[in-house]
Design a protein around this ligand. Structure first.
Ligand code: UD1
Ligand code: MG
Length: 449
């Protein structure tokens, strides 16, 4: 990951997120739609922070409570845009929040989630390199420029103007060099230039893109830094959201493989934005990660497993067909087999839960062995209770442990038991009906019928 240069001028981020996103056809604000289990706005906030931008202002519509909450959780300031009058107007809504800030401005879009911190840093460095530069725009060559703004360069390859597609002539529409929307503005001029933007255009909006022409009018140069089309993908619809997800997953798989993780079928493994996996972990096909998972080296996740908010130590084996649910910790060498569900549980080193079990709200001691079909009955319909299983305890097959209950170290529970009382260490607990036998009864029965 690229680090921001220590000599870079202070630069604030302004993240535009007030747009309604009508094409998503959703009650959720567009920027709250998730990629790899993190809202798009969260991805942008992460990159802004990683690039060393500070402070960060998120421009949102006043009713977007979830957007404001996410922004604040990342330490960002929230500014409101009451009416969506255009990107130029939106940026100005951050002015009062930044009245005491003296550095440059970096405008980011909440719907451009794949932008990397490295690219942001590149724009910063370009702006810092020459005091005659008023603005730096992240451009890209579009396969299909469609509705993107076009970047018009002069003979010295300086950026002269940005022309929105709706306002462009035939000749201008033929330009394939496009505006990503990401723009760095020189702090000393930014607010006065933004105040000069007019809404005399096809959409009657205040276009941020007009800042480029205005900077040139002031005798400043403007530059283009080139980016990849994939990185600047703007998400305006569900189809584009799926496209962004696919690109993100591709990148995650690639980085996992580069970091020493074996993926038997990379395309069928789905990572969360924060999945952390050590080297020499093997992931079989069709595994899904939700947020908050970390896995220690030498572990194997077998096919068709699902993991969420859990920490696995070294040399664990999980699956096939296992489900590890939130707030679970598996210490080194734990084995979780097929059709086992674990939730809010701490499983100590070397414990085995090999077949067909539900272990929830539980603590399982070192080297305990949980037999097939064990259920921790943690819920009475109103409250949840904990089951504690001691080290080296052996729970026979088809046992119901009715919580709250405590099984001592080394205890053995006979198969088919319903355990409602605590069991002492090293004891045998048997809680099932006795078996009786009638000799030759079956033979007599068959003869009679
Ligand atoms: C904008 C650019 C276009 C560029 C494209 C890249 C302008 C005028 N046009 O067009 O040159 O090629 O992005 O994707 O800037 N927003 C607000 N308040 C507003 C309007 C927008 O917060 O009043 C936010 C939106 O939530 C979004 C971002 O600004 O995050 C961009 O707005 P959008 O309407 O998607 O702009 P585009 O038409 O895509
Ligand atoms: Mg857009």
């Amino acid at each position: 990951m690229s680090k921001p240069s220590t000599t870079a001028s202070p630069t604030a981020a302004i993240i535009l997120a007030a747009g309604k996103g009508t094409r998503m056809r959703s009650r959720l604000p567009k920027v709250m739609h998730e990629i790899a289990h993190l809202p798009m706005l969260g991805h942008v906030l992460k990159s802004a922070k990683e690039a060393g931008l500070s402070p960060i202002v998120v421009v949102a519509a006043p009713e977007m409570d979830d957007v404001a909450a996410l922004a604040k959780a990342h330490g960002a300031i929230v500014a409101h845009q009451h009416e969506q009058l255009g990107t130029g107007h939106a940026v100005r809504m951050a002015e009062s929040a930044l009245k005491d800030f003296k550095g440059h401005l970096m405008v980011l879009y909440g719907d451009t989630p794949l932008l990397s911190a490295g690219t942001i840093s590149k724009l910063r460095r370009t702006l810092d390199a020459d005091v005659r530069i008023g603005a730096v725009v992240l451009g890209f060559d579009a396969d299909d420029p469609a509705a993107y703004g076009r970047l018009k360069l002069d003979t010295e390859a300086h950026l002269e103007r940005i022309i929105e597609a709706r306002d462009a002539s035939e000749d201008e529409l033929a330009i394939t060099l496009c505006n990503s929307g990401i723009m760095a503005l020189r702090g000393s001029l930014a607010w006065s230039v933004l105040a000069d933007i007019k809404n005399t255009n096809a959409k009657k909006e205040y276009y941020l893109t007009d800042a480029i022409g205005l900077m040139n009018d002031q005798g400043m140069h403007c530059r283009v830094v080139m980016g990849e089309e994939e990185e600047v993908l703007g998400v305006n619809s569900r189809a584009e959201l799926a496209q962004a997800e696919a690109i993100f997953q591709f990148r995650m798989r690639k980085s996992m493989l580069e970091n020493g993780v074996t993926l038997h079928d990379p395309d069928s493994v789905f990572f969360a934005h924060d999945t952390t996996i050590a080297a020499d972990v093997i992931i079989e096909p069709n595994v899904v990660f939700y947020a908050g998972v970390s896995i220690g080296s030498g572990s194997t996740i077998r096919a068709f497993s699902y993991l969420e908010d859990c920490r696995l130590g070294k040399h664990c084996v999980v699956g096939p067909f296992a489900r590890i649910r939130p707030h679970s910790t598996l210490a080194d060498g734990v084995k979780i087999g097929n059709f086992v569900e674990v939730k809010n549980a701490e499983i100590a080193e070397g414990a085995k839960l090999n077949h067909l079990s539900y272990v929830g709200d539980a603590t399982v001691g070192k080297y305990a062995n949980i037999g097939a079909g064990t259920i921790t009955c943690n819920y009475d319909g109103v409250n949840k209770y904990r089951t504690i299983i001691g080290a080296s305890a052996f729970i026979g097959s088809n046992t119901a442990l009715v919580a709250p209950v405590n099984i001592g170290d080394g205890a053995i529970i006979a198969a088919g038991s319903v355990i409602t009382q605590d069991v002492s260490a090293d004891a045998l607990a048997l809680a099932r009906s006795h078996q009786s036998e009638k000799p030759d009864w079956a033979k007599a029965f068959r003869k009679k019928s």
